[in-house]
Design a protein around this ligand. Structure first.
Ligand SMILES: Nc1nc2c(c(=O)[nH]1)N(C=O)[C@@H](CNc1ccc(C(=O)N[C@@H](CCC(=O)O)C(=O)O)cc1)CN2
Ligand SMILES: Nc1nc2c(ncn2[C@@H]2O[C@H](COP(=O)(O)OP(=O)(O)OP(=O)(O)O)[C@@H](O)[C@H]2O)c(=O)[nH]1
Ligand SMILES: [Mg+2]
Length: 439
């Protein structure tokens, strides 16, 4: 996508394909209002409508046929989403009406917008930074409330504010370091050099940690139920789902193959994975299931490690993968417990006791403090920039002044990549390629 096309007037259907009460064709660019003049007939022609106002009228084809009745809503630059003149033609929302309106608009001189081009123009006119543009995409694609929430925070510019604060701290240290290099005899108070950098490091590492939660909220998480045979894995999966998905019997070794089911937990799309009970066995089929269970635990974002609350404790014959996030669960809480461990959540799949606490713990493990955070990193591109900035800040804290100064400059460059103020064109193109036409 080149930036030279900004003199073009672009148009697209802005609403989803299919039938709906209302549909919108959006036109943006220097000729937007004169293009709208050619199709819309009402009390005022579009180029005479004031910004922020709408007029009711008819949409007219080239041969004079009335295509539909509708509204023309006008925005005047720079007070529009794109920062350009914009006319919205709001019609009844059928593909037939919208298709005719769009082709008339194209005949009148607009060109079909490329994917994301309206938002690209908002970015190029300085109305949105790149992280906000990514948040727009997140809002359009949000499938859950958690995804919507973080995208909405991103669009508000909260991330930009936070990044600016980090940048200001790094700049303060950079100034102090450079002053020390230039006038070594004068000396610089430690709080001007060390404290802002500490704050920046703290802020950046929180941001980097929020990236995992941000991606979990958008893409969802895999949660594996692991434990010895008969501890109640399949029963707990069914209880979390609210329906009988997995077979439950009193016979140990009931689940042999793994099984997946989707559910929304605390606003996050979660895939629950039921697995074979882990034990040493000579049965080849069961042994394959056991190997699979261990592998599934390794691939999961979170492991629920279940132990039978009513049986004497017996450790798993295999170690859980290193680094796995684990919630320990003591099952069958409705029965007399055979052991006590404050580190395990007591849950009953039969009475539902402990389920709310378990859901809460899952939410906390998946989203953690990021759930309350002011701004999250939502894309791998942002996470990468934040990690690079953090690496340079950490390096600067250990290096002598001349080298530290270079690291700090690199950190500032990585930060500006994050919100995308002066980034390379190919980075911008990669972001907007993911959009749909009309956004
Ligand atoms: N009909 C319609 N609904 C929509 C959009 C749209 O383009 N059209 N949006 C598109 O994504 C979103 C809203 N985003 C928008 C952001 C800024 C402006 C805008 O005109 N801003 C001007 C004027 C502000 C004001 O009057 O207070 C400005 O900021 O100067 C419009 C929509 C969601 N709903
Ligand atoms: N009272 C009580 N019984 C439970 C509870 N959860 C499971 N059970 C019983 O424990 C037995 C085993 O339950 P499952 O859910 O099949 O256990 P599992 O861990 O999936 O077992 P495998 O698939 O064989 O590894 C069944 O008889 C269940 O009815 C519970 O919370 N309370
Ligand atoms: Mg089972």
């Amino acid at each position: 996508m080149t930036r030279s096309g900004l003199t073009d007037t672009i148009a697209a259907i802005a609403t989803a394909p299919g039938s709906a009460g209302v549909g919108i064709v959006r036109v943006s660019g220097p000729e937007a209002l004169t293009v709208a003049d050619g199709i819309f007939s009402g009390r005022r022609t579009p180029s005479r409508i004031r910004g922020g106002r709408f007029v009711f009228g008819q949409l007219i084809a080239a041969d004079g046929e009335v295509l539909d009745e509708g509204l023309c809503l006008v925005f005047r630059r720079p007070h529009s989403y794109t920062g350009e003149d914009v006319a919205e033609l709001q019609t009844h929302g059928s593909p037939a009406v919208l298709g005719r309106v769009l082709s008339r608009v194209l005949e009148l001189g607009a060109r079909l917008a490329r994917p994301g081009e309206f938002t690209l123009r908002a970015y190029l006119s300085g109305r949105l930074d790149l992280a906000q543009a990514e948040a727009v995409l997140g809002l359009v694609e949000a499938q859950t409330d958690a995804a919507r929430r973080q995208a909405s925070l991103g669009l508000s510019g909260a991330l930009g504010t936070r990044v600016a604060r980090i940048g200001a701290n790094i700049t303060r240290t950079l100034a102090a370091v450079q002053a020390m290099l230039d006038y070594p005899e004068e000396g610089v108070p430690e709080e001007d050099r060390e404290l802002p950098l500490q704050a920046a490091e703290q802020d950046l590492s929180e941001l980097v940690q929020s990236a995992r939660a941000g991606q979990v909220a958008t893409r969802g998480a895999r949660l594996a139920l692991i434990g010895r045979p008969n501890v109640g894995k399949s029963s707990l999966l069914n209880a979390l789902l609210g329906y009988e998905r997995s077979i439950v019997t009193p016979i140990p070794g009931t689940t042999r193959d793994y099984l997946e089911a989707g559910v929304e937990l605390a606003g996050v799309p979660v895939t629950l994975v039921d697995t074979a009970g882990i034990r040493h066995t000579t049965d080849q089929v069961e042994a394959a299931g056991v190997r699979q269970a261990v592998a599934l635990a390794g691939a999961a974002d979170l492991v629920l490690a279940l132990e039978d609350g009513q049986q004497p404790r017996e450790p798993l014959p295999t170690e859980l993968p290193e680094g796995a996030r684990v919630i320990r669960v003591q099952t069958k809480a409705d029965l007399e417990p055979a052991w006590n461990d404050p580190g395990a959540l007591r849950v009953s799949a039969v009475t539902g006791e402990g389920l709310p606490e378990l859901r809460e713990a899952i939410h906390a493990a998946l989203l953690g403090d990021a759930a309350r955070s002011e701004a999250w990193l939502t894309t791998e591109r942002q996470a990468d920039a934040a990690r690079r900035a953090l690496g340079h800040v950490q390096a600067a804290r250990t290096l002598p002044d001349d080298l530290a100064s270079w690291e700090l400059e690199e950190a500032l460059r990585a930060l500006s990549d994050l919100t995308g103020r002066d980034v390379q064109e190919d980075v911008v193109d990669a972001v907007f390629r993911n959009f749909c036409v009309g956004k």
